[in-house]
Design a protein around this ligand. Structure first.
Ligand code: PBG
Length: 306
């Protein structure tokens, strides 16, 4: 009689790939998640295919960063290399998705470039995002995920992709992204150099109507699917967005949500596997068509044993 079910194809595995790594590096705030080497990333992609996941979302960790995030545009930059590796491993058996944002590549850790007064410069950043989208599509990404919350980012990326002949490359817009404390462990995961916060470009957790406005703008600009992020403190937003749009809705079960369950389970305070499946079921029930989760591969295994 269960109304809500989860299938492996509805899960997307976010993965971190570290330039120059010789062995996988554990992320202490996310037990069980690693900064992959190119080789272990390929293996994780192959496993994701075998488990029937819908996709992988790739993040790159470069060895050097600069104020404009040049590593993001370089075809030999770690993220573009990781995309090529994933595509050569998986072909079209799952969707290779890439994070389209500068924060892993900038020395200041912001999602965009800064103006002379140190503020994030929205429009200067858009020009770089457009090039970054083309670089990722050239590397073979099936789906690009603009996640920097710059106004107009979906439109410029769509225009640039089309102009470069990548008319079939899909845009998954991080449409609704709140300035959240739950991103904490991710900052360790990508060796973030951010000081301060992202409140000038990410949303106020108190705002729900603003989420609908962000979604409408992104769809008008050409988003093929829209994401709500984080998931757990925003289940009402996932539901409102699902009821409002006619494109697929993704939800990102983010690092802090993962860390809370893992930490409580490590202390023996909750049943880990039950908590994982209940978390994913709740996000699905709220209206997500697809879930990005660090538990994707494990959850697919648990589902196959049911
Ligand atoms: C931006 C980006 C972030 C996450 C995904 N893409 C970090 C941020 O906006 O601060 C967070 C993912 C997570 O916490 O699991 N590149």
């Amino acid at each position: 009689m269960s109304e809500t079910t989860i299938e492996p194809r509805q899960l997307i595995l976010p993965m971190f790939v570290r330039e120059g790594a010789r062995e996988p590096i554990a992320i202490s705030s996310m037990p069980g998640v690693y900064q992959h080497t190119r080789d272990t990333a390929r293996k994780a992609v192959a496993e994701a295919v075998q488990l029937g996941l819908g996709g992988v979302m790739l993040f790159g960790i470069p060895t050097s960063k600069d104020p404009v995030g040049s590593g993001a545009l370089d075809p030999e930059g770690i993220l573009n290399v990781a995309i090529r590796d994933a595509v050569s491993e998986a072909g079209d058996d799952l969707l290779v998705m890439s994070d389209l944002c500068l924060d892993e590549f900038t020395s200041h850790g912001h999602c965009g470039v800064l103006d002379s007064q140190g503020r994030v410069d929205n429009d200067a950043t858009l020009e770089i995002y457009a090039e970054m989208g083309v670089a990722q599509a050239s590397a073979g990404a099936h789906v690009v995920g603009p996640s920097g919350m710059m106004d107009g980012q979906v439109g410029v990326v769509r225009t640039a992709l089309d102009a470069a002949g990548f008319t079939d490359t899909v845009i998954m817009a991080y449409a609704v992204k709140y300035a959240s404390a739950f991103f904490g462990p991710f900052r360790e995961a990508v060796d973030s150099s951010l000081r301060g916060d992202r409140k000038t470009y990410q949303q106020d957790p108190a705002n729900a109507r603003e989420a609908i406005r962000e979604v409408d703008l992104d769809i008008a600009e050409g988003a093929d699917l829209v994401m709500v992020k984080p998931a757990l403190a925003y289940l009402d937003i996932i539901r409102q967005v699902r009821d409002h749009v006619n494109v697929p809705v993704a939800a990102y079960n983010i690092s802090g949500e993962y860390a809370m369950v893992e930490a409580a389970a490590a202390n023996g305070w909750i049943d880990r596997e039950k908590a994982i499946m209940e978390t994913l079921t709740g996000i699905k029930r709220a209206g997500a068509d697809t879930i990005l989760t660090y538990w994707a591969s494990e959850a697919a295994q648990l589902l196959s044993h049911r």
